[in-house]
Design a protein. Structure first.
Length: 615
């Protein structure tokens, strides 16, 4: 094909030169030239986009993505999550892969048809671990299928697993380990090694994704050599947002102790100003706070180790510098001990007792020591230490953010977010102790101070799409927080569906959190029914599950009418007891067998009618 002057943007001389050059090029040279011209255009677009942003007085990150129509293997990303971290990571990876022109399907394990796994080409699993090594609620059915007799052979399926967990738990990342092992047993090919993440998961997750992407790009490059680069499209995006890695400094507007005089609890109602942040949230979401450690503990650690608090240290791979005091105050976790930390610490200590404890690998003995102790205990119990400050901090993990269920509706409180935070305090091993964030809020945070915050979405704890749907809300203590958000929202949208709250705490007089608000909503019809249980007001302890049993007939009728059930609170006790009570009520009032009751609840969970926010 010959270029014509009239049909091209080139001059006559340029057309003649191109007509001489193009016929002489090999296929390889044409592909190379196409890529070169594409790269030149990429640079031009990036410069132009940056210039446009600067001209408009904007700052942010500019990215130009170039995609091509190269044929690649189909990628399936499945996530299992309780708090939403796995879903957010999976969504991010999915978008990045699509921007690279990969064919991606993205789903929760709960919504994925297990039998179709045999048709998957490349499988990426992102999952957290729930409780004592179990998969999250929305991954249970998929996990059971894979480990059952009906699981198919997976020859031809490539896979990689990203596991999220917490090293303070014995079965660290166990769900991810189970998926990884089982996929290999079924004949799958490991595309990239599994990565296990602690609470500070962003960096290892990014490294895992880059490793997976590199493997996928190898296939893409091979395909490109055969097919060439076709139909390139460019998109320019501008990103500026606050997140866990770039938190917003929110001003404290209110900090009020909700408990009455004489209560042995301290529960703080915190109101924060979000104006200018562009942060948004929905009822059911959580707010993350990046806390600071207790100054007294920080000073005690520095004194015991004889460090200079003003000495600067490199704290991460990026080479950021902080003084020792600032690093221990704001960056490193000094309040929780884990088995991996003890193992690393043993290499820096000359204490034989610590070495024996670690080398014994006796989990019971290790757990017994870890329980209720912190880094200061470790330093005092197992000296002398032969490590410098720079070496010592290398064994510490990053201070994790604390997540709290949001207790407000953005519609009712524009540019604000409210939290309900119970102070954690206890006496152990000869010393009074307190929670990192709750201790900071209760003892050090004043109105006008600022806290570093970010919003964490939780799509697994959402009001029904239809506001006419009845809802049953069950919570104890600070577990009532999201229900305040629910009712504020339903009041704003004038929801017509019935609502029923079961609330429990210790004493009616001192611990009836948000009592006036519940009673006002009850009077106005925003809240249809309210049942309370105060466990310490009578000789016999009464909890929310007992109130549920007392109203079992009505509760079952609500379930039959399609009510959504929400449970928020302590996982090991309250949430577990409520779950068993729910099964009992369904058995009794529905005249069902235990197996039928289990299936009934499983069906509710699948229909998003049974949702839990437990901790």
């Amino acid at each position: 094909m010959q270029l014509q002057v009239t049909s091209s943007p080139f001059s006559k001389e340029q057309v003649e030169l191109l007509n001489q050059l193009l016929p002489s090029l090999s296929s390889h040279q044409k592909i190379w030239l196409s890529g070169y011209l594409s790269a030149v255009q990429h640079e031009f677009d990036e410069v132009a986009a940056t210039a446009t942003l600067e001209q408009n007085g904007l700052e942010g990150e500019v990215s130009v993505q170039t995609t091509s129509q190269v044929k690649t293997r189909d990628i399936t990303i499945l996530f299992g999550t309780d708090t939403g971290n796995s879903k957010r990571l999976a969504e991010t990876f999915s978008q990045k892969l699509e921007n690279q022109n990969f064919n991606v399907s993205f789903s929760s394990m709960e919504d994925f048809k297990p039998k179709s796994i045999k048709n998957v080409q490349d499988l990426l699993i992102v999952t957290s671990t729930h409780g004592d090594g179990d998969p999250p609620d929305n991954a249970l059915s998929f996990h059971e299928f894979l480990h059952g007799k009906k699981a198919p052979k997976l020859e031809g399926v490539r896979f990689s697993v990203l596991a999220l967990g917490d090293t303070s738990y014995e079965f660290f990342c166990q769900a991810g380990k189970d998926f990884d092992k089982r996929l290999e047993e079924l004949g799958g090919e490991r595309l990239y090694p599994r990565v296990d993440c602690d609470l500070d998961y962003e960096e290892p997750a990014a490294e895992w994704f880059e490793g997976v992407l590199e493997k996928l790009k190898e296939d893409q490059a091979k395909s490109a050599e055969i097919k060439g680069i076709q139909d390139q499209e460019q998109s320019i995006t501008y990103h500026t947002n606050y997140s866990k890695t770039n938190p917003f400094k929110a001003e404290v507007l209110e900090n009020i102790n909700l408990n009455g005089r004489g209560s042995n609890k301290e529960t703080h109602h915190l109101e924060l100003d979000l104006e200018g942040s562009n942060l948004t949230y929905e009822p059911g979401d959580s707010l993350g706070i990046l806390p600071e450690n207790d100054p007294a503990i920080v000073d005690a650690i520095i004194k015991n180790l004889g460090w200079n608090p003003d000495e600067s240290l490199t704290i991460n791979k990026q080479g950021d510098l902080l003084s020792i005091r600032e690093a221990l105050s704001t960056y490193f976790d000094i309040t929780s001990l884990t088995k991996p930390l003890l193992e690393k610490a043993a290499r820096l200590s000359e204490n034989e007792e610590l070495k024996k404890l670690v080398e014994s690998n006796n989990r019971d003995d290790i757990n017994a020591y870890i329980d209720g102790r912190d880094l200061l205990d470790l330093i005092q119990d197992f000296g002398p230490w032969k490590a410098s400050a720079a070496d010592f901090i290398k064994i510490l993990r990053k201070l994790p953010a604390r997540l709290y269920s949001i207790a407000s509706s953005l519609k009712a409180n524009p540019d604000e977010v409210h939290l309900t935070i119970g102070k954690v305090s206890y006496h152990a091993h000869g010393r009074d102790r307190k929670g990192v964030c709750s201790g900071q809020i209760s003892e050090h945070v004043q109105v006008g101070d600022r806290l570093s915050v970010f919003v964490q979405k939780n799509d697994n704890f959402r009001l029904p799409e239809n506001p006419d749907t009845p809802v049953i809300m069950i919570g104890a203590g600070t577990g009532v927080a999201p229900y305040r958000s629910f009712l504020q929202e339903r009041e704003e949208i004038e929801a017509k569906g019935d609502s029923w709250l079961f609330f429990g705490d210790q004493h009616f007089v001192t611990d009836f959190l948000y009592q006036i608000e519940w009673q006002k909503w009850l009077k106005d019809g925003v809240l249809s029914r309210l049942d309370v249980a105060f466990s310490r007001d009578t000789d016999k302890k009464v909890y929310v599950q007992h109130r549920m049993l007392e109203k079992s007939k009505d509760l079952y009728e609500w379930l039959e009418k399609g009510a959504h059930v929400y449970v928020c609170g302590d996982e090991k006790h309250m949430a577990k007891d409520v779950h068993q009570t729910l099964l009992t009520i369904i058995e009794k009032e529905g005249n069902k067998s235990p197996e039928e009751a289990e299936n009934y609840v499983a069906s509710m969970r699948k229909e998003k009618r049974y949702q839990r926010d437990v901790y």
